[in-house]
Design a protein around this ligand. Structure first.
Ligand code: UD1
Ligand code: CA
Length: 471
C-alpha cells in the first residue's frame, strides 16, 4: 500500500448541512468528519494522503496540518467546486512521483475503516481475472439521493446519479455507489480526462470514470460493504445517525478492553480509558481526555482534555477543562477545574471549589467553597472553606504561593502576589496582603468584644423602631 495514494475529496460545501461550517469540519464524536477518512487511509497503509480542499478551505487546511503533521498528509486546492470529478483531478495533480495507484474517496464517510479501504484495493492485486478498476458498493433500503450501480450481465457498467435516473427500474436499484474508487494512476488519469458536465447538475462526475473503464473493456470489481460502514453525511440527521454508530463502536471497544462505561455516557473518539476505569452515566468525556486505571468519573461530569490519574475519584457533576488530576485524588461533587489546574496525587478538591491555572501538591486539600486562581500550593497544605485567591487587579494576574504544610483558615482572602511560607498558619478571616514567613501565624482581624446583656437591649430598641415606622 506504500505506493498507493489516497485522495480524500473534502472541498464540497455541503449545502444540505445548512451550516456556516464546512461539512467535513462538523464533528463526529469530537473529531471533524474529514479526520476519519484520512485516518482510515493511513491505517490502510497508504504512503500518501492528499486532501482536496475548497469550500471553507482555511479551516480544513489548518486542521489537517495540525492533526496530521509528519509529511504523509497534505492538501490540494480545488478552486471552484465543479463536482467530484473536478475535485479528483485537483487531487491527482498533487500526488507524489512514487504513486502507482490511487484510492479516491469521498471525505464525508466517517465510519469507513482501514480494513474497508484495503478490501476495495485488494481485487486489483488478487482477483482473477485481474480487474483494472475497483469500487465500493452498498445495498441500502432507501437509495434516494445516491448514485445507482447499473449492471449488464452482472458486470458494473455505469453509476447513474439519482437526479439522472431514466426509469423506474433504475430508481428501484438498491445497490448504490459509496464513493470509493481504486485504480492505477495511468488509468485514473486517462479516465478523469474524459469527463464532461453532461448531466442534471452540470458538474464533472467522478462516477463517470466507471463508464469510461467499462467502455474501455477494463475489468471492474465491485466490493460490497455494509451500509453501517459506508453511510455518507449530507445532512444533520445523517450526522446524528453516523455519530450514534461511531459512539457505539467507541464504547464497545472500551468495554471489551475492561472499562465500565454506563449507558448514557458520551466518550469522544480521542479519549483513552485504562482498564477498570468507570465512566458513569451522563458523563461527557471530550477531546484528549484520559482516565487512568481504576479511576471513577461519576455521574454527570464533563471533562475536556483532562488527565485523570489512577484510582482517582471525580464525584458527580464536576466540570474540568485542560487540567490534570493526580492518582487517587478526589474531586467534587460540583467542582470546577478551569484550564491549567494540576492537582497532585491524593489531593482533594471539594464542592464549589473553582481552580484556574493552579497547582496543588501531593495531598493538598481545598474541600469546600473556594476560588483558587494562579496558585502554587505545596504538598499537604490545607485551604479552608471560603478562601479566595485575589489574583486579578483588573489588569494583571498575580500568583499566590502556599508552602508545603501551610494551613489557610476559612474565609481568608489572599491578595496576590504573595508567598505564604511552609507550615505557616493563616488565621480564619485574615486578609493576607504581605508575605507570611515559614512557621509564622498571620492574623488580621478586628479583636472580638463581648458586650454582656446587650442582646436584649438591642432587640428592644429595634422592636421600638419598627413599631414607630408602622404607625
Ligand atoms: C456522491 C456520488 C454518488 C454516491 C455518493 C455516496 C458523485 C457524482 N456522486 O454523491 O454516486 O452515491 O457520493 O455518498 O460523485 N466534493 C468536492 N468537490 C466538489 C464536490 C464534492 O471535493 O466539487 C466532495 C465533497 O466534499 C464530499 C464528496 O466530494 O466529501 C462527495 O460529494 P457530495 O456532494 O456529497 O456527493 P453526493 O451527492 O453524496
Ligand atoms: Ca455525500
Amino acid at each position: 500500500m506504500e505506493k498507493t495514494t489516497a485522495i480524500v475529496l473534502a472541498a464540497g460545501q455541503g449545502t444540505r448541512m445548512k451550516s456556516a461550517l464546512p461539512k467535513v469540519m462538523h464533528p463526529v464524536c469530537g473529531l471533524p468528519i474529514v479526520h476519519f477518512g484520512i485516518q482510515a487511509a493511513l491505517d490502510a497503509g497508504c504512503g500518501e494522503v492528499v486532501v482536496v480542499v475548497g469550500h471553507g478551505r482555511a479551516s480544513v487546511e489548518a486542521y489537517v496540518a495540525r492533526a496530521f503533521a509528519g509529511g504523509r498528509v497534505h492538501t490540494a486546492v480545488q478552486e471552484r467546486q465543479a463536482g467530484t470529478g473536478d475535485a479528483a483531478r485537483a487531487g491527482l495533480a498533487h500526488i507524489g512521483a512514487q504513486t502507482e495507484r490511487v484510492l479516491i474517496m469521498n471525505g464525508d464517510v466517517p465510519l469507513v475503516r482501514g480494513a474497508d479501504l484495503l478490501a476495495v484495493v485488494r481485487p486489483l492485486d488478487e482477483a482473477s481475472p485481474r480487474p483494472a478498476f475497483s469500487l465500493a458498493t452498498c445495498l441500502v433500503g432507501d437509495a434516494t439521493g445516491y448514485g445507482r450501480v447499473l449492471r449488464a450481465g452482472g458486470e458494473v457498467v455505469e453509476i447513474r446519479e439519482h437526479r439522472d435516473l431514466r426509469s423506474d427500474d433504475e430508481r428501484a436499484v438498491r445497490e448504490i455507489n459509496a464513493g470509493f474508487y481504486a485504480a492505477d494512476v495511468a488509468l485514473m488519469r486517462e479516465a478523469l480526462a474524459t469527463l464532461a458536465p453532461d448531466n442534471a447538475q452540470g458538474e464533472l462526475y467522478l462516477t463517470d470514470v466507471v463508464t469510461f473503464a467499462s467502455r474501455a473493456g477494463k475489468g471492474i470489481a465491485a466490493v460490497t460493504l455494509g451500509a453501517d460502514v459506508l453511510a455518507g453525511v449530507n445532512d444533520r440527521e445523517q450526522l446524528a445517525q453516523v455519530e450514534r454508530t461511531m459512539h457505539e463502536r467507541i464504547v464497545r471497544a472500551w468495554r471489551l478492553a475492561g472499562v465500565t462505561v454506563r449507558d448514557g455516557a458520551r466518550v469522544d473518539a480521542a479519549v483513552v480509558l485504562e482498564p477498570d476505569a468507570t465512566v458513569e452515566s451522563g458523563v461527557v468525556l471530550r477531546g484528549v481526555t484520559r482516565v487512568g486505571k481504576g479511576a471513577t468519573v461519576d455521574v454527570g461530569c464533563v471533562l475536556a482534555n483532562v488527565t485523570v490519574g489512577e484510582g482517582a475519584l471525580v464525584k458527580p457533576y464536576s466540570v474540568a477543562t485542560d487540567s490534570s488530576i493526580g492518582a487517587r485524588a478526589q474531586v467534587g461533587p460540583f467542582a470546577h477545574l478551569r484550564p491549567g489546574s494540576e492537582l497532585g496525587d491524593e489531593s482533594h478538591v471539594g464542592n464549589f471549589v473553582e481552580t484556574k491555572a493552579t497547582k496543588m501538591g501531593r495531598g493538598a486539600k481545598a474541600n469546600h467553597l473556594a476560588y483558587l486562581g494562579n496558585g502554587d500550593i505545596g504538598e499537604g497544605a490545607n485551604i479552608g472553606a471560603g478562601t479566595i485567591f485575589c489574583n486579578y487587579d483588573g489588569f494583571q494576574k498575580h500568583t499566590t504561593t502556599v508552602g508545603p504544610g501551610a494551613f489557610i483558615g476559612s474565609d481568608s482572602q489572599i491578595v496576590a502576589p504573595v508567598t505564604i511560607g511552609a507550615n505557616s498558619y493563616v488565621a480564619t478571616g485574615t486578609t493576607v496582603t504581605m508575605d507570611v514567613p515559614a512557621d509564622a501565624l498571620a492574623i488580621s482581624r478586628v479583636k472580638q468584644d463581648n458586650k454582656l446583656g446587650y442582646a436584649s437591649k438591642l432587640r428592644a430598641r429595634l422592636r421600638a423602631s419598627k413599631a414607630q415606622k408602622s404607625k
